[in-house]
Design a protein around this ligand. Structure first.
Ligand code: ATP
Ligand code: MG
Length: 204
């Protein structure tokens, strides 16, 4: 048994997302991966603005950041980083990982947690080759999404099946706009924040 004296790298998960809004699918995925990979911390990183996602106007970064803080506040191993929202221009994962590596210093291993949908497009990401040197990639499969391996480097990617949570931010925005409940799909504080700020009115 480990007596705690052995040197061990700090293992840090990085969960990037638009988080418009953050929901229990994101939180369960992070928690599940943290358990399986013995992560010391998971850093949630909301993407920057301005940019369009599927032709839709994304909510202000500050709202998405605050909802992410509210959702993660009760978990001592979860934190939120502003690196992407404070960096001007479109978010590229390579910049996120470089910034977090520079901030965390030597002796930290990064694990980038992403949905299988996003992982499937990995070779279209900027500096795809460097990405695998910066972090180990963990793809979470979720209902309705499967992953075909486009030729990932050996050992660079792990796939994890997270408990089936058919929750998406798209559905939450639609529900909010249509007056349907969003309770229990997102943390209570996020339900209240959405309503207080009047988010997703007229969302499509
Ligand atoms: P949208 O519907 O607007 O695309 P989303 O629900 O996919 O939003 P994102 O902010 O795009 O949320 O997701 C951030 C990351 O979390 C992505 O890598 C995505 O694949 C993953 N993810 C989203 N929903 C789930 C879920 N229910 N279970 C596991 N992973 C998820
Ligand atoms: Mg998505």
């Amino acid at each position: 048994m480990d007596d705690g004296t052995a040197q061990r790298n700090r293992r840090v998960g990085v969960m990037g997302g638009t988080f418009d809004p953050i929901h229990h699918g994101h939180l369960v995925a992070a928690s599940e991966v943290a358990g399986l990979f013995q992560l010391d911390e998971v850093i949630f990183v909301p993407t920057g603005e301005p940019w369009q996602k599927s032709g839709r106007k994304v909510s202000p970064a500050e709202d998405r950041y605050l909802m992410t803080v509210i959702a993660t506040a009760s978990n001592p191993r979860f934190s939120v980083s502003r690196v992407d929202i404070d960096r001007p221009g479109q978010t590229y994962t390579v910049d996120t990982l470089r910034d977090l590596r520079d901030a965390s210093g030597a002796g930290t291993e990064l694990f980038f947690i992403t949905g299988a949908d996003a992982l499937a497009q990995i070779f279209s990401w900027r500096n795809a080759g460097e990405l695998f040197e910066l972090a180990h990639f963990i793809g979470c499969t979720r209902p309705g999404h499967t992953l075909s391996d486009p030729g990932f480097p050996d050992g660079g990617v792990s796939l994890v099946e997270v408990p089936a949570l058919a929750i998406s931010s798209t559905d939450i925005r639609r529900r909010q706009n249509d007056g349907e409940p969003v309770w229990y799909l997102v943390p209570d504080g996020v339900v209240q924040y959405i309503s207080k700020r009047g988010l997703y009115r007229g969302a499509t």
